[in-house]
Design a binder for this molecule. Structure first.
Ligand SMILES: Cc1cc2nc3c(=O)[nH]c(=O)nc-3n(C[C@H](O)[C@H](O)[C@H](O)COP(=O)(O)OP(=O)(O)OC[C@H]3O[C@@H](n4cnc5c(N)ncnc54)[C@H](O)[C@@H]3O)c2cc1C
Length: 402
């Protein structure tokens, strides 16, 4: 049956919807003018600079380093920090930046998340004035690239069981240990490394040309292929006292950074899901099977409606989370719920979009399989789905079930 027949009763005619299929509840209408300007600028960057090159980088397993000055030029590195050459944007702007970048590819969003939330943020929040002056302006300009070394080979979900350690030697510290799955590792100029000390876990700024430091890239990834992921080895790496982050001791240091980055992820994954929905909508309207567009089948419409429901809920969660963050009321439990929900929603949307494209769905010339594979990392890193579910469980019951 055709989608629209002029002689059909009104209930069977296809209506021209005034709703935006990628923003059914009009989240964009809730944004301030500044937020909309930021979103549009990043969307343009993604359309003009990311989308034309990303498939090739994904296939070649290469990071599009040429994009770093473009990201810096728009103020996207350390965008929420104030001063030190940073743009001082609000949390909703940071979310929108992540959403648009991940609409392009999770690798670009991961680069920005790590640079901003996991490397610049701890220096900004826990660093000395000298450290801030030395690193933040150059990181905001993209002249220095950072990485964040928390996860270790024996188990990322339990960071308290950290084996990497630092010992005092005179006025220096000597670091030994290994980190695993570190975004930007092999291209980084500096690493915020978390290590066990007699005082508790502390953060060290390790310049990557320090003797004893190495960061071999991890090959054979089938996810986030346009992102650099590395192991880090610390073999008697000597770090001066001036490179220790003075203002934090304990696991709350790295966990607070993760809260910032996870917040951005909740928005980012929605961008990936939107990219999948946009493509599958176009495809199912054009693809004619059994004499009618694929999109005119109830079974397909139900699946598209499911995607829209998941995306809309994810958008609303992130917007509320952003408003809470800007009001200073965001708690880690809020972030866990949204990270869990939105990653799960996005990966389901991407997998279903992949399926609805049939054989074309396995080609990187269509976006769903790339996003689907990327989301396998995103649902795992920054706390696996289980870790976030257990966090909510602890919030609800008061029992720590980890
Ligand atoms: C592409 C990529 C980039 C990354 N970038 C970084 C980075 O820049 N910096 C960094 O420090 N880390 C990074 N990570 C590491 C990431 O944060 C970890 O992979 C993640 O925290 C999970 O740790 P793990 O891989 O050791 O898995 P494990 O902790 O070994 O978990 C294995 C499984 O056990 C489950 N599990 C764990 N504990 C429990 C429990 N108590 N009950 C039930 N189930 C449980 C987990 O949910 C998971 O399914 C990155 C990872 C990837 C894949």
């Amino acid at each position: 049956m055709p989608a629209s027949r002029p002689d059909a009763p009104p209930s069977q005619r296809s209506a021209t919807s005034s709703l935006d299929p990628l923003d059914l509840y009009g989240v964009r209408d809730q944004l301030s003018e500044e937020e909309r300007i930021v979103q549009d600028a990043v969307a343009r960057l993604v359309d003009e600079k990311v989308l034309p090159v990303i498939q090739q980088h994904f296939e070649n397993h290469t990071f599009p380093r040429e994009l770093v000055p473009e990201l810096a030029g728009l103020g996207l590195l350390g965008s929420s920090l104030e001063g030190y050459g940073c743009a001082g944007m609000n949390a909703v702007c940071y979310g929108l930046i992540c959403q648009e970048l991940e609409r392009g590819d999770g690798a670009i969003r991961s680069f920005v998340s790590v640079q901003s939330s996991l490397c610049m943020y701890p220096i900004y929040s826990y660093g000395s004035e000298d450290q801030k002056q030395q690193y933040l302006p150059r990181m905001a300009r993209g002249e220095l690239i950072g990485c964040f070394g928390l996860t270790e080979p024996h188990g990322g979900s339990d960071p308290g069981n950290m084996k990497t350690h630092a010992k005092r030697r005179g006025r220096d510290w000597v670091i030994n240990g290994a980190k695993m799955w570190i975004t930007n590792g092999a291209i980084a100029d500096l690493c915020v490394c978390w290590a066990q000390t007699p005082e508790g876990i502390r953060g060290f700024i390790v310049e990557t040309d320090t003797p004893g430091f190495s960061a071999p890239a991890i090959e054979h990834k089938f996810s986030l292929r346009a992102s650099v992921t590395s192991a880090l080895y610390f073999d008697n790496v000597v770090v001066p006292e001036r490179n220790v982050l003075p203002e934090v001791v304990g696991l709350k240091g790295p966990l607070s950074c993760l809260t910032q980055a996870r917040y951005g992820i909740t928005w980012g994954v929605t961008g990936a899901a939107q990219a999948c929905l946009a493509q599958v909508l176009e495809y199912t309207k054009d693809r004619v099977l059994f004499g009618r567009p694929l999109a005119a089948n109830q079974a397909i419409q139900i699946r598209l409606a499911e995607m829209s429901r998941k995306i809309t809920l994810a958008q609303l969660l992130s917007l509320q989370l952003g408003r809470l963050k800007d009001a200073g009321r965001m708690k880690p439990g809020h972030v866990s719920l949204a990270k869990w929900n939105n990653c799960r929603a996005a990966i389901e949307v991407a997998r279903d979009a992949r399926d609805m494209l049939g054989g074309f769905g396995i080609s990187a010339e269509y976006v769903p399989i790339r996003h689907m594979l990327n989301l396998e990392s995103v649902i795992t890193y920054e706390g696996t789905e289980t870790v976030h579910q257990l966090t909510i469980g602890r919030e609800l019951t008061g029992f720590n079930a980890f």
